[in-house]
Ligand binder design. Structure first.
Ligand code: SAH
Length: 229
């Protein structure tokens, strides 16, 4: 029986139980499905995902699925987060742009895996909550901004990596020029119902797109996104 479900109701779960659930997530949902980047596995084995969801969902923090956060957005499924981070091939030396801060969970992972992280969020409430959380966590290499991530962060470009956590029908043109010549960009490409997680790299001046997997992300807001909200 699950240690954190009784009759389908979330019950309080202590920090030992959460740690056990976190290690099971790493074993079963990440390593068990082919994630083998040691740094990604270590970071996800250490960072408490329960700190990034509301109190009512804490006991579900290690379920193998996306969870609701504020503003009708979601914190992505752990496997998809791990696959995305692994695909970026981070060594610890990169300057990363993240579009869609959301709960800040992936941002906090990136802060451990890269040199510096610039993350943009559309919703004021989410941006404010993550700003407070990161002040408490004293993350010194993370910079947050409120706005349309599709426009990028030109003052800080070029970036070695760009990762979008919201879906678009094409790579937003402002981001194309903000990626370092040998950089990598990860984006869910498609419509608002279904996308393909796609790795975009540039080689000899042209884009090379590699299909990673099918996925469903929330639509990127604004004129350049899949949602056109
Ligand atoms: N990686 C996040 C997932 C958040 S879901 C996490 O770990 O929690 C995607 C996020 O993208 C949402 O918070 C949504 O508000 C944000 N978003 C959508 N369109 C955006 C845009 N144009 N610019 C910045 N953020 C955007």
């Amino acid at each position: 029986m699950s240690v954190y479900m009784v009759f389908g109701e979330a019950t309080p779960i202590d920090s030992h139980g959460l740690k056990q659930a976190r290690l099971r997530m790493v074993q079963d949902h990440l390593m068990g499905r082919g994630i083998d980047d040691r740094r990604v596995l270590e970071a996800m084995g250490e960072l408490p995902r329960e700190s990034f969801v509301g109190a009512a969902l804490r006991s579900h923090a290690y379920d193998d699925r996306p969870l609701e956060i504020d503003c009708q957005q979601t914190i992505s499924q752990p496997f998809i987060v791990a696959l995305g981070l692994q695909t970026l091939g981070l060594t610890g030396d990169e300057k990363v742009l993240e579009i869609g801060t959301g709960s800040g969970y992936q941002t906090a992972l990136l802060s451990r895996l890269a040199r510096s992280v610039y993350s943009i969020e559309w919703h004021h409430r989410l941006w404010e909550a993550v700003s407070d959380r990161f002040k408490q966590m004293a993350l010194s290499n993370v910079h947050l901004r409120l706005g349309d991530g599709a426009m990028g962060w030109s003052d800080e470009s070029p970036f070695d990596r760009i990762i979008l956590s919201a879906a678009a029908s094409m790579i937003p043109p402002p981001l194309e020029v903000q990626l370092h010549m040998n950089g990598k960009l990860l984006i869910p490409l498609g419509d608002s119902n279904q996308q393909v997680l796609t790795l975009a790299t540039r080689s000899a001046g042209r884009w090379v797109l590699t299909r990673i997997c099918d996925c469903v992300f929330v639509p990127l807001k604004g004129p350049l996104g899949a949602g056109h909200v």
